[in-house]
Design a protein around this ligand. Structure first.
Ligand code: 5GP
Ligand code: ZN
Length: 302
């Protein structure tokens, strides 16, 4: 298996397996791409922990909820907010018809109560918190959402809009940590079944600004985040396709999540970047699904 993906193959993924649009980092997904997404989705579902509750969300969420989550402190540079037109009919009409001197229609936009969801699990915590205490042995949620991040780079795999599937655990500290550890191991097995070369490494989030650098160092030192990385664009800078996160009491404190012994609940999540995993599969095995190794086709029900 070649470890360095050829430039021709990367170009074909960029321009035919995916369809570029006028917007950087926003691509159309072709039928063959979606076949692989469907196979991955089914594979992840086969690994769903017993008793997990399924929740699916649209790509937008409450702005107030995201503000309360603390997202703006950490990642204001990645957030997209939904805006809509405000003002009288005559003012809006003049703007859209280009008759308002010196003003464009976008000047009439104002932020709404919605933002574009940046990570699937943010929606889960307040819903579970509203139900009362969770058992110390944990509540598990299977969640998926289209996510948006205002990413500037145009490298393959860096998308502004992408699907994120997650398993989320809310319970006692040792429950959340054990869940995170068990998913690191399961994900390695899954990557082997998918026949992709990978590494599993400590990681940090792209926190905002100078203070963010320190937050990232702390995150690595406390081993709060790990990523499963697969070479796509280069071996030196492999692409993060899954992440395994232990949030300690961050969401528990924010949302008043408690275990049934009265302690603040801890949370963890394992996240699968479905579009990135699919890109990594095409990068590794080539463009022709029929030529993919038999065990990979079997794992993906192709
Ligand atoms: P995290 O919350 O750990 O940053 O993201 C979870 C997963 O979502 C990542 O491991 C990755 O697979 C996926 N992801 C994050 N950012 C992007 C992106 O810009 N494009 C795509 N396609 N996937 C992303
Ligand atoms: Zn998460």
């Amino acid at each position: 298996m070649p470890t360095q993906v050829s430039a021709e193959r990367l170009e074909a993924i960029t321009s035919s397996i995916l369809q570029p649009t006028a917007a950087n980092g926003v691509q159309g997904r072709t039928g063959v791409f979606e076949e692989v997404i469907a196979g991955l989705t089914a594979m992840i579902t086969r690994h769903r922990p017993d008793g997990a509750e399924v929740l699916r969300f649209p790509p937008v969420m409450s702005r107030a909820l995201l503000e309360k989550s603390g997202y703006l402190k950490s990642f204001p540079h990645l957030l997209g907010c939904v805006s809509s037109m405000t003002g009288t009919e005559s003012k809006i009409r003049a703007l859209i018809e280009g008759k308002a001197s010196g003003q464009e229609w976008v000047d009439a936009l104002a932020a709404t109560d919605l933002v574009l969801t940046p990570a699937a699990c943010y929606q889960v915590y307040p819903i579970i918190a509203a139900r009362g205490d969770v058992p110390q042995t944990g509540v598990i949620v299977d969640v998926e959402s289209y996510c948006f991040r205002r990413e500037a780079s145009s490298e393959l795999g860096r998308m502004q809009a992408f699907r994120m599937r997650e398993y989320v655990c809310i319970g006692a500290p040792e429950t959340a940590l054990a869940f995170r550890e068990s998913w690191k191991a399961k994900a390695e097995q899954m990557a082997n079944q998918l026949g992709v070369p990978f590494t599993l490494a400590p990681a940090s989030d792209p926190f905002f600004g100078r203070a963010g650098k320190l937050m990232a160092v702390n995150q690595v030192e406390q081993a709060l985040k790990f990523e499963l990385l697969i070479p796509v664009n280069s071996e030196e800078a492999p692409t993060a396709c899954m992440s395994f996160n232990y949030h300690q009491d961050h969401f528990g404190t924010t949302w008043g999540l408690r275990t049934d012994d009265g302690a603040v609940a801890h949370t963890a999540c394992s996240a699968f970047g479905l579009d990135r995993l699919t890109i990594a599969l095409f990068a590794t095995h080539g463009l022709d699904l029929e030529a993919w190794p038999g065990h990979v086709r079997e794992a993906l029900s192709l």
